[in-house]
Design a protein around this ligand. Sequence first.
Ligand SMILES: Nc1nc2c(ncn2[C@@H]2O[C@H](COP(=O)(O)OP(=O)(O)OP(=O)(O)O)[C@@H](O)[C@H]2O)c(=O)[nH]1
Ligand SMILES: [Mg+2]
Length: 393
Amino acid sequence: MSRVKIGLVGKPNVGKSTLFSAITANAAEIGNYPFTTLKPNAGVGTITTKCPEVEIGKNCNPREGSCEEGIRKVPIEVIDVPGLIEGASSGKGMGNEFLENVKDADAILLVFDASGRTAMDGTTSEVPIDPAREIEMVRSELYKWLSSRLSRDWDRFAKKEDSTGEKAIKGLLKKTSSLGIGEKSLSMVLNSGVFPAKLSLWGESDFDDFAKKVFEIVKPIVLVGNKVDSASEETVTKLRSTYPEILFTSGGQELAISKAIENGILEGRSLPFKISDRASEAQRKALAKVEEVMSREYYTSPQQILTKVVLSKLDLIFVYPVYDESHWTDKEGNVLPDCFLVPRGTTAIDLAFKVHTEIGNGFIKAIDCRKKRIIGRDHELQDSDVISIVSKS
Ligand SMILES: Nc1nc2c(ncn2[C@@H]2O[C@H](COP(=O)(O)OP(=O)(O)OP(=O)(O)O)[C@@H](O)[C@H]2O)c(=O)[nH]1
Ligand SMILES: [Mg+2]
């Protein structure tokens, strides 16, 4: 079962690596200049859910991630790439080649500087930069990149696929599977627009439309305004009315909080802050400012962003496949060893194939272990279901 993958993309110097560090607790290089990141950073973040272990009164044995006091942490892969500049899709700067590292991401966090102090090339700007322009620039580069990636070596490919007499989707799948776009997603994309039935008739505008639809339907782009500690309320309000689903955060502040906790100056992340008596006046002042920003109604912590993207935007649910329906274990007796994040609508047979192709091929029935009830192959799974699959193999 492959992990959910989230890519951080944006112009240079907006704080992608800072956010990456805040989400993954990996220390990525952070610098106040463009192109600090020269190679992609890969790390693991987690999202949490209530573990069903409490229902059977036994501690679980997660194969991946961890579980503490009934709260299960499920790993999510996070990739931070070098900054993108205008024209990246046609080879400018260095962002283009590194987009390859997020090509199979399930969602993209488009990180921009909400304070408007970073110029398009990542240098510090004295004149305010309109974040909306920045958002559109990065988004357009993403579209162009995908479009050009798709059309690469197209003529030869299209001719060959058309000659098989098979439907276009069969051939297209060969191109899109490396982009993390499987048959279901591909058919949704194709059905959402008008595309020529013959691949050799596809042209520039078809590639562009296709790329746009992919980011609308399969790989959502989530707008994340970083450095909100230095942004004006006016900018935030304006952006929220233009982009209703936009999120605001501060990776810099989140790292400062982590450091304060590490140093024993702050008790935890929850509000209101509990500051230690040992804190100096300057530290108190700095933390009060952080607290004010975090209390804003629109503030979303990097951890909350990750959860929102995975559970709301991608609409994934947690399911626990087990072997033993009564003890909720695998064959070796490990309790609830796996926790999968799967799309809502996943059926028992879909889960069987996710566990193993052979399990899917040999599917006989599945059991909802909580309700102690047999479910059929097309039964839709619910969040937190514990499922045992009975298979010939
Ligand atoms: N005020 C403020 N500054 C921040 C915040 N997050 C990051 N920064 C600063 O912004 C600068 C750039 O941060 P990075 O994380 O290196 O940015 P990046 O987007 O990874 O940059 P590249 O790798 O060059 O593309 C650094 O000086 C950070 O300290 C924030 O929330 N608020
Ligand atoms: Mg960076």
